[in-house]
Design a protein around this ligand. Sequence first.
Ligand code: HEC
Ligand code: HEC
Length: 445
Amino acid sequence: MKHTVDLYPFVALLALLPALSGCGAENMPDEDLGSVSEPLLGEQLPGISAPEFAVAKATFNAVEEVDEGLGPIFNERGCGVCHSNGALGGAGDQIERRFGRFVNGVFDPLANLGGSLRQLFRNDPFTGANGQSCTTPLEVEPSSATVHNVGRLTTPLFGLGLVDAMPDSFFDGLAAAQASSIRGVVNRVSTLLPNPSDPSQTVGSIRVGRFGWKAGVPNLVQFAADAYVNEMGITTQSCFRGGSVLAFATESAPNGVKQPAGCDDLAPPPPAGVPTGVDDAVGSCAGNRTEIQEDVEEFADFMTFLKPPPRGNISQAVTRGEPLFTSTGCSGCHVSTTFRTPSPSPNGVPTNFAFQPFSDFLAHDMGALGDQIGNAGDSLAVTRRMRTAPLWGVRFRHFLLHDGRTNNVATAIQAHDGQGTAARNAFNALSSTERSNLVAYVLSL
Ligand code: HEC
Ligand code: HEC
C-alpha cells in the first residue's frame, strides 16, 4: 500500500453495537460505564520521542481502501477505527464474530471454510487488476458450525508495551503463587513473527502468550501483522534476520474460496521474486538484514509506547471497596501486584518502570463464561479458558466481557463462572453498599 498518513475522521462503516438488553432492576445506573475521557489518555511513555510517536500514531490511525490492499474481506478499514474509546488505542464498540465446531469433543476452527474468525465486510464490486469485474462473496457462518456467532469485543491497548517487555518467568511466578482452585494456565505459544529488537525471540521460539482475549499471541509485533491481515485484509511479508516470514502473507478467502488473481484487492503487484497476493511486499530478504514491514513496525511502535491509563479519583467508596477486592478473591486473578519492566528492556520501553494492570495475563477456565473457541484439536475445557481481563482503565470502556454483553460492572462480575465462581459468590454475598464500593474501586483502577 502507499504509506497513508492522512488523518481521517472516525467514521464507522456500520454500527456494530450490540443490542443491549435493558438493565436489570438490580443494576444501579451509577454503576454503568459512561463515556469518560481524560486528557492524559493515549499519550506516550516517558522518554519516548514525541515526533516518532506521532508518526506511528498517524499510521495506526490511517484508513485503507481497496487500492491500498484492503480486503477482499475485512472487519474495518483501520486499526484506529476500532481502537478508539477514550483516545486512539482504546477499546472499541466493534464486536467481531467467531464460529467453530466440536467433533468428538475436539475443536475444529473450520479453517477451510474461513474460520474461526468471520470477517463481516467485503470490498464493494470493483474492476480488478486485469480489467475483470470483481464481486467478493460475503463470508457467512457455515451450517456445519456448532459454536455460533461468538462475540469478541475490541480491547484497549494502553500500556501493553510494558506487558510485552515482561519475561516469561514473571508469568510463571504469578501462576505458581495462585491457589490451585484458581490457578491460571501459562499459555506458551510459538512465535510466528518475532520482535527483532528482542534477542530472546526467533521464528518458532516459544514465548508466553499474553495478548488477546485468549492470551494466544506472544508479542505486539505479531499481533500487528495478524490484525492487519485478519481485520483489514492487508497482507505483509516480513524479513527476520535474512529469512522471509510469510505467516501473514496470505489473503483471507471468504469461506475458504480464494478470490481470482487480481480480485483480492487492487494493491500494486509485488516485485519479482515476491509471492503474488502479498499487498505490501518488502522484497528480497537477501543480505541477512533484519527488516520488518514498515506499517507493521509502526503499529507495533505506537502500541509499545502507549502509556497506561491513569488511575481515577480516590473517593471514600473507592477506599472502602479496596479491601473487598482482596477479600472476595478478585485479586487472585486480577492481581494487585506491581509489575516492573526488566533492565535492559527488550522492546525499548523504559526500564524498571512500575505499573499495575490488574491481570495475571493467564488463561483461566471460566466455565459458562468461556467462549468455546479455540485452536484445532483443543478440548472443550481448553476452549473455556479466557485471559484475565486487565482492569486498568475500565472506566474508559463502553462495554465489558469478551462478547461485550454488558456495560455494567456488577453484571460482568456476576457472569464469572468456573474458576471465578467463588469470587462471584463472595461478591453476591456482600451488602448492596459493599457491592457498590467494590464497583467504585474497580472503576478507579
Ligand atoms: C474491526 C475492529 C478492529 C480492527 C480494525 C483492529 N482491531 Fe485490534 N482488536 C479488535 C478485537 C475485537 C480484539 C480482541 C481480539 C481477540 O482477542 O479475539 C483486538 C485486539 C487487539 C490487540 C490485543 C490487545 C490485548 O488486549 O491483548 C492488539 C495488540 C490489537 N488489537 C492491535 C490492532 C492493530 C495493530 C490493528 C490494525 C492493524 C487492529 N488491532 C485493528 C478489533 C479490531
Ligand atoms: C479465576 C480468575 C478470576 C477471578 C477470581 C475474578 N476474575 Fe474478573 N475476569 C476474569 C476473566 C478470565 C475475565 C474475562 C472474562 C471474559 O470476558 O470472558 C474477567 C473479566 C472481568 C471484568 C470485565 C473486564 C473487561 O475487560 O471486560 C471485570 C469488571 C472483572 N472481571 C472484575 C472482577 C472482580 C471485581 C472480581 C472479584 C469479585 C473478579 N473479576 C474475579 C478472571 C477472574
